[in-house]
Ligand binder design. Structure first.
Ligand code: SAM
Length: 301
C-alpha cells in the first residue's frame, strides 16, 4: 500500500516536472525566437542596403571590363583635355599640394599607379625619380612612352601588378582609386610591391563628393548645395564631360582607409587641398572640397 502511494507520488512528480520543463523550454525558446527573427530580418535588410567592410567591390554594376572599355573609348579626348598642364583640378589644386609632399624623390623608385597619359610621371622623372607608370589603356601607355624614354611604362592593372615584391620606394595613386574596380585586390598588390618603410601617396576625389555628380542649383541657377546620399554604399557611377565618358566607383572613406590601416600601413598625412585664394573656384572648394591627399607608411608587419 505504502509502496503504491509512493509510486503514485513519484509518477505525479515526474508529470509535474515534465510540465515545468516544457514551460521552461517554451518560455526560453520563445525568447530565443523573439531575438532571432528580428535580428535575421534586420540583418538581411542591412546587408542588402549597406555592404560590410570586407565586401569586395565588384557587383553587378561594378564591372571592370566595361570601365576599362570606357577609358579606351575616351582616351583621345582625355589626352587632349589634359594638354601639357593638366586640367584645372590638377594645375590649380593637386599639383601644387603634391609638390610640397613629394620633396625627396631623387633616385627613388616610384610607381605611378594608373599613370594615364603620363603627365605626372614626366614631372616625377624630371625631378630625379626612377619612374614606372602602369595603366590598362594602351593609348595612354603609347603616349607616355612617346614623351618619356627615361621611364618605364607598362600596360596592366593595379589589381595584378607585374612587379617583384618590394620593388618600389613610393607608390603614387593620382586620382585613380576611384577608377579601380577591385580596390581590395589593388591594396594587396600595393602592399606587396612597396618595400617595408616605403610610402603610399593617394590623391583622391573626396568620398563625400563621389556620391554625387555635382551641385544642386536653386531657381536662379546659383549653386545651392551638394547632395550626399548612399554614402556607406559601394556603387558605380557613369560620368561624362568634354567628350570623356567614364565609370567611377564610390566607396566610404572608412572602407578605403581600412584596406590599408588593417594591413600593416600607418596613416602619416591627411589633407584637403584648396586652390589659391585668388582662384575663381576657391569659394566652391571651401564650401565642399572635392579632393583629399593622404599618405601611408608601409610598416614591416
Ligand atoms: C582619372 S585618370 C588619372 C590618370 C593620371 N593618374 C592623372 O592624374 O592624370 C584614371 C586612370 O586610371 C586608369 N585605370 C582604370 N582602371 C585601372 C586599374 N584597374 N588599374 C590601374 N589603373 C586603372 C585609367 O586608365 C586612367 O588612366
Amino acid at each position: 500500500m505504502c509502496f503504491g502511494v509512493a509510486a503514485t507520488n513519484v509518477t505525479a512528480a515526474i508529470a509535474l516536472w515534465q510540465k515545468i520543463a516544457w514551460s521552461i523550454w517554451l518560455v526560453f525558446g520563445g525568447v530565443i525566437l523573439l531575438q532571432f527573427v528580428p535580428y535575421t530580418l534586420l540583418r538581411s535588410h542591412f546587408f542588402n542596403s549597406v555592404r560590410d567592410d570586407s565586401y569586395c567591390c565588384i557587383g553587378d554594376d561594378m564591372n571592370s571590363d566595361s570601365a576599362t572599355e570606357k577609358w579606351i573609348q575616351s582616351a583621345d579626348a582625355w589626352i587632349a583635355d589634359q594638354g601639357t598642364e593638366g586640367d584645372w583640378s590638377r594645375h590649380a589644386v593637386l599639383d601644387p599640394a603634391l609638390k610640397k609632399i613629394l620633396t625627396d624623390i631623387q633616385g627613388k623608385t616610384v610607381l605611378d599607379l594608373g599613370c594615364g597619359e603620363g603627365r605626372y610621371s614626366r614631372i616625377l622623372q624630371r625631378n630625379g625619380a626612377l619612374v614606372t607608370g602602369i595603366d590598362p589603356v594602351p593609348q595612354f601607355i603609347e603616349h607616355a612612352r612617346s614623351l618619356d624614354s627615361m621611364s618605364t611604362y607598362v600596360e596592366g592593372t593595379a589589381e595584378d601588378l607585374p612587379f617583384d615584391d618590394g620593388s618600389f620606394d613610393i607608390v603614387l595613386s593620382y586620382l585613380t582609386f576611384i577608377d579601380i574596380a577591385d580596390l581590395q585586390a589593388a591594396s594587396q598588390e600595393i602592399a606587396r610591391v612597396l618595400r617595408p618603410g616605403g610610402e603610399l601617396v593617394v590623391v583622391s576625389i573626396s568620398n563625400m563628393a563621389s556620391t554625387t555628380e555635382g551641385w544642386i542649383k536653386d531657381e536662379a541657377g546659383n549653386k545651392a548645395y551638394r547632395k550626399v546620399d548612399r554614402y556607406m554604399e559601394h556603387f558605380a557611377m557613369d560620368l561624362e564631360w568634354r567628350g570623356i565618358r567614364i565609370q567611377n566607383y564610390h566607396r566610404p572613406l572608412s572602407y578605403v582607409l581600412g584596406l590599408f590601416l588593417n594591413h600593416g600601413f600607418v596613416l602619416t598625412r591627411f589633407i584637403e587641398p584648396l586652390p589659391d585664394l585668388s582662384d575663381p573656384y576657391y569659394n566652391e572648394e571651401w564650401r565642399v572640397p572635392n579632393f583629399q591627399i593622404y599618405s601611408f607608411e608601409r610598416t614591416t608587419e
